[in-house]
Write a protein that binds this ligand. Structure first.
Ligand code: URA
Length: 247
């Protein structure tokens, strides 16, 4: 079963222009489907994945269709916000995407001084599924620490009793893999504010650098440089949930 949408509504929601502008472009034969002009902007189109390459504006294939998911290699110093001052993650994406409706939002946040894998989507249900602890999507981080790790660090993180300052509910057990006295991988199963930094603070250490390596079974590819992004396909999206067990 495929859904349909009016051409002007579809392109308008993807940030191409106003309904009026799209009407003019159609009239001027600037919009084509399988190479044939669509001159009536109210025409309904079946929304299928291949529509993105069959429908063109000025001979250029469309941006990703609604329900898009992208991975961004978030660089240090960028903020996950639509409106704060300073460099924003959204500035790294095509300008037209800022006008999309529904809006493209990050799936959870990484703090300004954290780099690594950040997912963004316009699909609210998917966003919820990735961030809700109920769906067990683990997030893995690489942390560089100011001081050597204490011997019981992994046991404390795994205990299910570790408390963060200012909170009254213990953390879910988390895995700590010690790589060197001052570097470690941490895998979380929930997402509290500045959680990794606050967990190390809770055991008397300090995070100097933090990088997210993976979300579920989806790993940040080595060839995706800081500041670059990639549109995910269905296999990539399935990989997010690949490690998610129903425990
Ligand atoms: N934990 C942090 O402290 N910061 C992040 O950005 C993500 C997890």
């Amino acid at each position: 079963m495929s859904t349909t949408a009016r051409l002007d509504k579809l392109l308008g929601g993807m940030g191409y222009g106003s309904r009026r502008e799209i009407e003019h472009w159609a009239y001027a034969e600037r919009i084509t489907l399988d190479g044939e002009p669509i001159t009536d902007s109210s025409q309904r189109l079946a929304i299928t994945p291949d529509l993105q390459t069959r429908l063109m504006v000025d001979g250029i294939v469309l941006d990703p269709l609604p329900n898009m998911v992208i991975m961004l290699h978030k660089p240090l110093g960028t903020t996950c916000s639509h409106k704060e001052s300073g460099p924003l993650i959204y500035d790294l994406l095509p300008t037209r995407w800022k006008r999309r409706d529904p809006q493209l939002s990050s799936i959870g946040r990484l703090d300004k001084e954290t780099s690594g894998l950040l997912l963004l989507t316009d699909d609210g249900a998917l966003l919820h599924k990735v961030i809700s602890p109920k769906h067990h999507v683990p997030k893995r981080y690489l942390a560089t620490l100011a001081r050597p790790l204490r011997d019981d660090a992994a046991a404390l993180f795994a205990s299910g009793t570790l408390m963060l300052e200012g909170e009254d509910k213990p953390l879910l057990p988390a895995e700590l893999e010690v790589l060197s006295p001052t570097t470690a991988r941490v895998t979380l199963h929930e997402g509290r504010y500045h959680q990794v930094r606050r967990m190390f603070a809770a055991i008397g250490n300090h995070v100097d650098a933090l990088h997210r390596e993976s979300v579920g079974g989806l790993i940040l590819p080595a060839d995706l440089k800081a500041g670059e992004y990639r549109v995910l396909n269905a296999d990539d999206i399935a990989r997010i949930f690949a490690n998610a067990n129903a425990a």
